[in-house]
Design a protein around this ligand. Sequence first.
Ligand code: PEP
Ligand code: MN
Length: 277
Amino acid sequence: MKGFQLSSREYQENDTLIEINTASKPLVIGQGHCTIIAGPCAVEDREGYLSIASFLKEAGAHALRGGLFKPRTSPYSFKGLGREGMEIMLEARQLTGLPLVSEIMDVRDLDFLYDHIDILQVGSRNMQNYSLLQELSRLDKPILLKRGLSATIEEWMLAAEYILNGGNKQVILCERGIRTFEPYMRNTVDIAAVALVKQLSHLPVIVDPSHATGRWRMVAPVARAAIAAGADGVMVEVHPDPDNALSDGKQSLTPQNFSLMYRQIMDIAALQNAELK
Ligand code: PEP
Ligand code: MN
């Protein structure tokens, strides 16, 4: 038996399927579905968020991301609108019908976020915040667990194990690049980890090519590679005006580039599913 158990293929042979109810048909994640989560790094203002949300809905995205609580390296950077921004996200969900994804940084925000957000994201910096993971393990809500900045695959799987072990079976793993000696890109994306984890585990695995590379020009190529390697989807940052974004503008796609990427990866996903049959 490996260190991780509940997340392993030995424990459960078939892929986990996560279902999220929406105003229209439920969103499903896993089992060969290609799920695209998109939106800006942070919710900045009402007008910008609602306009990108309606665009993304039209363009085919399946869920909307938006950070309210941002873990920033410098305390002087924009740290998100916090609770104040929730009204904007709720309005975007109302407008589009798309489920919401947002990061929980602090266990004190749990009840508040639980009440409104459809998928709670655990950011890289909190992957080993075991008291947070234990709280999340008691919920009946999907958790998007990002790989830690320098986490091994085993550490990442064991973090997932904390959530599963407390009774929450709805874990989505997200590869977002790891820190290596290579400074050219923000992180080094571990595409092989996607293929490996899909073999080791029944949990859905998605890739975040935005944080993985830090460069918008790298987002579509890495997203294509992710889907080709067997990922169950991608999460990408999209901003109406990346040059003026309050966080992560350099890695954010314009709406137009999102549409291009979307078509490319949906084609790859269709090809893979055809091969499976
Ligand atoms: C994010 O998704 O905005 C984020 C902060 O990501 P990560 O935790 O992967 O750095
Ligand atoms: Mn970001």
